[in-house]
Design a protein around this ligand. Sequence first.
Ligand SMILES: O=C(O)CCC(=O)C(=O)O
Length: 283
Amino acid sequence: MPKLLSEAEIAAYRRDGYVAPLRAVDAAQAERWHQDIRRCCGATERVESAAGIRQNSNRAKPYLLFPWCAELVRHPAILDAVEDVIGPDILVFHTTLWWKAAGSEGFVPWHQDGTYFGLAPFDHVTAWLALTPSTEESGCVRILPGSHTHGQLPHADRKDPRLMLSRGQTAQVAIEERAAVPIPLLPGEFSLHHTLALHASAPNRAAQDRIGLGISYIPAQVRHIGPTRLSATLVRGTNRFNHFDLEAAPRADADAAAIAAHADSLDRFWRASEGIPEMSLAH
Ligand SMILES: O=C(O)CCC(=O)C(=O)O
């Protein structure tokens, strides 16, 4: 018996590689989290590494820095939908805050999330939660239905600050743009997309910032294939496989313990994802 999705929605996810829109919270709660983001994650700083231009550190894994975000990634409605597609033992592997400022040229090229995560098997799912209106005008996520059935595709890195991905990874395949489906979301709504689903988003042409969080959930049996031992957060069920060091929730906004735990987790994450050679991921 599914917890939140209908059988038809689960079938759509398996067939198309995504399902949307789903409601997590009402508009008032979405607005509270939106204001939390403005208060906590406004400062921008992207570090250039040998592999690319990293996402801002306070916009990567913010659930390790801020209690409101730790609560967000554990929200029961989101976890119920995630459980319906990956089962009851769930870890948060990563989270990115996607803040596309009004009128900004930032965009996300066509890619598969699985490319530099180094996870096996490909059972990871991303929940994308909108906290401001995500529309075609503001550059909502677009997806190619069924593209998750073609396996891991080759990607090339691009070092361009307009690209919002840390390595600017861009799928090296012909994209049939006409087949792409936009996923507009209202504040408090979310989508689920499969780790191999090809997706992208365009610059924000609206007068309002487009802000959302992409939360990467994995079932406990998924492991990382590289030599670095990574950390993740158990948010539901049990961690019988012990593939990750378990992360603790922060107790206060960016206190010393949270900053240290976040830095340790991100350091391992960058080492692992930047260590995967361009276009040679295969497992
Ligand atoms: O927010 C966006 O525009 C892109 C999101 C994305 O690539 C993801 O959540 O995997």
